[in-house]
Design a protein around this ligand. Structure first.
Ligand SMILES: C[C@H](OP(=O)(O)OC[C@@H](O)[C@@H](O)[C@@H](O)Cn1c2nc(=O)[nH]c(=O)c-2cc2ccc(O)cc21)C(=O)N[C@@H](CCC(=O)N[C@@H](CCC(=O)O)C(=O)O)C(=O)O
Length: 144
C-alpha cells in the first residue's frame, strides 16, 4: 500500500536532485554514483510526517535490500534513520520498479553478512566506519 503524505525535498541539493531525477525518469537517469547503482527510498518524516525521498546505494540480495545509514561517516545518523525507526514501512524504487517494504535494523552475524554485501557495492562504507565512533546502522528491507 503506497505511503501517503506531502513530499518534502531534502535540504541536500545533491541528494534532492538525484532522487527527483531518478524518480522523474523511472530510474533511467541519476541511477548511479561513480558507476555504482543507486535506489531511492521514500520514508515518512518522524517529526513532520512528510514523505522524504533519499538516494542510497543499491544493495540487493534475493529480493531483499539493505540501506546503510552511513552519511559519509558523520558523527550523527542521517535524518532518514530516525524516520525508519519511527515508521518502518517504506517505498523503494529500483530503476523503474517501485515496491513497499518493511525495514528492520539488523545486528550481529546478519549485519556482518549485509555489511559485506554493501561494501562489495560501495567499498567506501569501510572508510566511513573507520572515520567515526558511531556504529553505522544497516536496515534490511523485506517486501510486504
Ligand atoms: C540532508 C538531510 O538528509 P538525511 O535524511 O540526513 O540523509 C543524509 C544522506 O544520507 C542523504 O542525503 C543521502 O541521499 C546521501 N547518500 C547516501 N547516504 C547514506 O547514508 N548512505 C548511502 O548509501 C548513500 C548513498 C547515496 C547515493 C547517491 C546520493 O546522491 C546520495 C547518497 C535532510 O534532508 N534533512 C532534512 C530533514 C529530513 C528528514 O527526514 N526529517 C524528518 C525528521 C527526522 C528526525 O527525526 O530527525 C522529518 O521530516 O520529520 C532537513 O534538514 O530538513
Amino acid at each position: 500500500m503506497p505511503l501517503h503524505g506531502d513530499y518534502a525535498p531534502s535540504t541536500s541539493k545533491w541528494a534532492r536532485d538525484q532522487a527527483e531525477t531518478y524518480e522523474a525518469t523511472g530510474g533511467r537517469e541519476a541511477n548511479s554514483l561513480r558507476g555504482r547503482p543507486v535506489i531511492v527510498l521514500t520514508t515518512v518524516g518522524a517529526k513532520t510526517g512528510k514523505l522524504r525521498k533519499t538516494a542510497l546505494m543499491r544493495v540487493e540480495h534475493d529480493g531483499e535490500y539493505a540501506v546503510v545509514a552511513s552519511r559519509g561517516g558523520e558523527p550523527e545518523h542521517p535524518a532518514w534513520y530516525f524516520n525508519l525507526k519511527e515508521q518502518p514501512l517504506v517505498e523503494l524504487q529500483d530503476r523503474h520498479g517501485k515496491g513497499d517494504y518493511l525495514a528492520r535494523e539488523v545486528s550481529g552475524a546478519e549485519k556482518e553478512l549485509w555489511w559485506s554485501r554493501a561494501t562489495e557495492v560501495w567499498p567506501d562504507y569501510d572508510d566511513y566506519q573507520a572515520k567515526t565512533d558511531r556504529e553505522i546502522p544497516i536496515f534490511v528491507l523485506t517486501p510486504v
